[in-house]
Write a protein that binds this ligand. Structure first.
Ligand code: HEM
Length: 124
């Protein structure tokens, strides 16, 4: 498949992921029951899988041995860890709110790494 088609899918799913994350984090902090709905629980995993699969395909196409790609994978793991605190593991609304802000910052860092092809992200 065409490189730019997969790249487009990758970037679109990244945008959807962060938008949907912010909405879920809001529901989590305000303790909304919507968060327990099946579609709200499953959709992020679907989006995340598309993001990851497309990312891996892109990495394979341009050669995965680049430091910035490894950085993205590691940062994505941190994003997921902090993200689960924001959405469910954090005990108080305050903990979840702080975790949500950190997750968004990690996400912004990843986008900087992607655009500049450099682990120094936006500072590169
Ligand atoms: C939350 C996680 C991620 C976000 C927000 C993200 C975001 C992005 C963005 C915005 C681009 C486009 C950069 C540009 O237009 O120059 C991109 C490209 C790319 N991403 Fe990701 N990405 C993520 C995870 C991953 C992962 C886990 C991998 C590898 C396994 C990966 C591999 C790539 C590759 C190879 C490109 C193509 C770079 C290019 O053609 O210039 N991404 N990513």
């Amino acid at each position: 498949m065409h490189y730019y088609f997969i790249k487009h899918l990758h970037v679109t799913s990244a945008a959807l992921l962060i938008l949907f994350f912010i909405v879920r984090a809001f529901w989590s902090v305000t303790e909304s029951a919507i968060l327990q709905k099946r579609v709200v629980k499953i959709l992020p995993h679907v989006i995340d899988t598309i993001l990851l699969v497309c990312g891996i395909i892109l990495a394979a196409m341009i050669g995965a041995h680049q430091p910035w790609i490894l950085t993205k994978i590691v940062a994505l793991l941190f994003y997921i860890g902090v993200g689960t605190i924001a959405i469910k593991r954090g005990r108080t609304p305050k903990t979840r709110a702080i975790a949500a802000v950190i997750a968004v910052l990690i996400f912004a860092y990843i986008v900087g790494v992607a655009i500049n092809h450099n682990p120094a992200s936006w500072l590169a």
